[in-house]
Design a protein around this ligand. Sequence first.
Ligand code: ADP
Length: 543
Amino acid sequence: MVRLWKWLPGERSTIEQENDVALAIAAVSNAFAVFLIDTFTTIESAVAVFYVIIMLVAADFLSRLGILAAAAMCATLCVTSFFLSHGIDNDLATFLRLVGSLSALIITTALLFKNETSRLALLASHNRTRSSEYRYRSIFKQSGVALWEQDLTALNALLEDLRSNGVVDLCAYSRANPDFSKTCTDAIRTVAVNDAALEILGSITHEQALGPISRFIPHDCPSLFGFVNAFFNGQRRFESKGRIRNFHGEESVILMAVEFPEDQSGLDRIVIGLVDITEREAAQATMMAAQAELARASRASAVGALSASLAHELNQPLGALLMNAQACLRWLNRNPPDLNAAIRAAERTMRDGERASQIVKTTKAMLSRTPIASEKVDLLELVEETRTLLEYEIERQNVSVDLMSPPNLPPANASKSELQQVLINLITNAMQAMEEAGSRVRRISVRLSTSETGFVVMSVSDTGPGLSSEAIENVFEPYFTTKPFGMGMGLAICKSMVESRGGKLSVRNNDNSGATFEIALPVESKGRLTRMYDVPQMVARIG
Ligand code: ADP
């Protein structure tokens, strides 16, 4: 909007407006007076220079446009008066006086114009500062983060004093002067707080929150010293976890963050951001206690799982051992005693005893966390040995065990004793399933092969009833059993053992009858953990 007047409506009080009007009238009448004197008197001097004074007076209430308009008017009056009093024929001195008057007017106008421009720029900058301050204040007030404005000028003076006395290590100084922290908390003063901070400080009023910070921060709080030390060392940022004592004496845990200014100009208003983490800390403590409790429970159930697995694994060799010992006695009690048969039974008894002892050794190795090294296991040899080991049971249950293997089968990378335990479990399960179901044909087929993905595969199929869909889903879960006196640990242990060697154990029902368990083991070491089986993993699965 084009405006001659300097002030915006409403910017001036009534008295000021009246003054401006009076000045305007005075300026106009003075201009007119100067014009009359210049035109109708014979004063031979540059009377027109008085227009300059009028311009200076008018500049007090005129806008930049107004200044230009007034200058144009004065110049017009000056020139008009010149031609009216001297006509067209005039001497050089008179003409130079006119030029001098006009020059003075132009220079004055330029200076006034510049002055008004600077004033407007200053005003705009002031307005920007004001609106930025307003924005900051509204963010400060409405922020959900607790903000605390502190005046650090006294603290700064204190630290400067120490520095000039040669203190360079504030930690050492603080150790030597136990009261130093208290002096610091007394020197830091709160000058403003927002609503969120008031809540942390105990839902108090703004006035109650102002004053020395020592009322809220215990002077022995390490983060307070950290804050002072960071400031002393010229750090730009400081973040720490600390304690705050509210107005009513209750303590909370807070996270504080502050950004120090580059120069000393803003030291009277340093904003500290606070986040109350008391609940989070309490939840964390509860969680850690729960974790410790869980670890204790895990250890307890690991021991349970271990005992169960040990009982399961020892069951078979101990049973066989008993039977072979009984057979040995029977052969000896015969009349005449069959010594050869008794010797064979005694040899079997020894072999079963060795197996039981091997199981105990493996379990001990696992408990002492001694890894059982992987080795190259010849599967054909392993199956033959296992078949001999179980021959008594195989014969007793009238089962045939077939073995099929391609020539040049590569050895598997595994632990032989573990793998034997797995195979014994699978064959024993198959025999039990066929017996329970009263299967007419009782055949177990062990097939060895290689896969294209670098695994040797050993599958154990039977002609039993196969598995129900529920059993297929859960058969490897610890404690899953369908047998009246089963423990449900065998297959869980087998799976852990195979997987700990980087292999896989799976099950499927056969097309005709029975089930097939398949073990795939890597030919090369997969670099996996080589423990007998992973108790924590099993416990997790039990959970
Ligand atoms: P347990 O022998 O103590 O029951 P396992 O983990 O060895 O424990 O076996 C779990 C269950 O899997 C058995 O109770 C049985 O129901 C099922 N199972 C295992 N092997 C066979 C199989 N060859 N045929 C049918 N069911 C089987």
